[in-house]
Design a protein. Structure first.
Length: 228
């Protein structure tokens, strides 16, 4: 049984996909924050202080929510609020990053968001996903408490097919920041092949696993046979 468990773990690890985004949980900074994310900072549009990301519009708020007793981050310690407190929602605010893709290949974007009803906010929010400067999908947030728990984070998953060697991915908000929060965290982009054909090494592991299962089954069957 232990061998079977180890084999299953090996197969699972072999199927893991690398995150194409840099710093998907906003834990790393650059420049003045090269040592790590701050407790709080308000970043204007055009900033590249969040490693791997560029802020757009009026920018974002980058902070550690646990330090303000409003709730936990979805992953790590830091989150960003797409609805920067200086913004009325026009132009759109948020972050963007360009990743390498293959035209015609499918990819999956995973991300999480949370909002709250405090400081005059309504308890609703919206995340806009933009691909190559075009709106791709919109995702609603709701939480009518003045704080949030890990259970209040909403997880989203979206698939797209790349049309070129790179894809610019933007997470934006077009809402009035004085009425809405749109906190986000745990971004990832992974290859999600249209036809999942296992690699040769994976086939070999599968065959070895099938052989092991068959061998164990035969031994158990032989042991169950009455002596004659």
């Amino acid at each position: 049984m232990k061998k079977l468990v180890l084999l299953a773990c090996a197969l699972s690890a072999g199927g893991a996909q690398a995150n194409l985004l840099v710093n998907g949980s906003f834990e790393q900074g650059s420049g003045v924050y090269a040592g790590g994310a701050p407790v709080y900072d308000n970043l204007a549009g055009g900033s590249t202080v969040i490693a791997g990301w560029t802020t757009v519009g009026a920018g974002v708020e980058w902070f550690r929510p646990a330090n303000f007793s409003v709730g936990p981050a979805r992953d790590g310690f830091s989150v960003i609020d797409l609805a920067d407190f200086t913004s009325t929602g026009s132009p759109r605010d948020g972050v963007e990053q360009t990743v390498a893709t293959v035209a015609g290949e499918r990819y999956r974007i995973d991300f999480s968001g949370v909002t709250s009803q405090s400081n005059g906010r309504t308890g609703t929010g919206t995340i806009e996903l933009w691909l190559n400067d075009s709106l791709f999908s919109t995702h609603a947030l709701t939480n009518y408490k003045s704080f949030w728990s890990m259970d209040d984070w909403q997880d989203f998953s979206v698939q797209f097919v790349a049309d070129g060697p790179t894809t610019k991915i933007g997470f934006l908000s077009s809402q009035n920041a004085l009425a809405h929060y749109a906190n986000v965290d745990a971004f990832s982009v992974v290859a999600d092949p249209l036809s999942a054909v296992p690699e040769p090494a994976t086939w070999l592991m599968w065959l070895a696993g099938f052989g092991l299962v068959g061998s164990i089954a035969r031994r158990r069957l032989d042991a169950a046979q009455p002596l004659r």
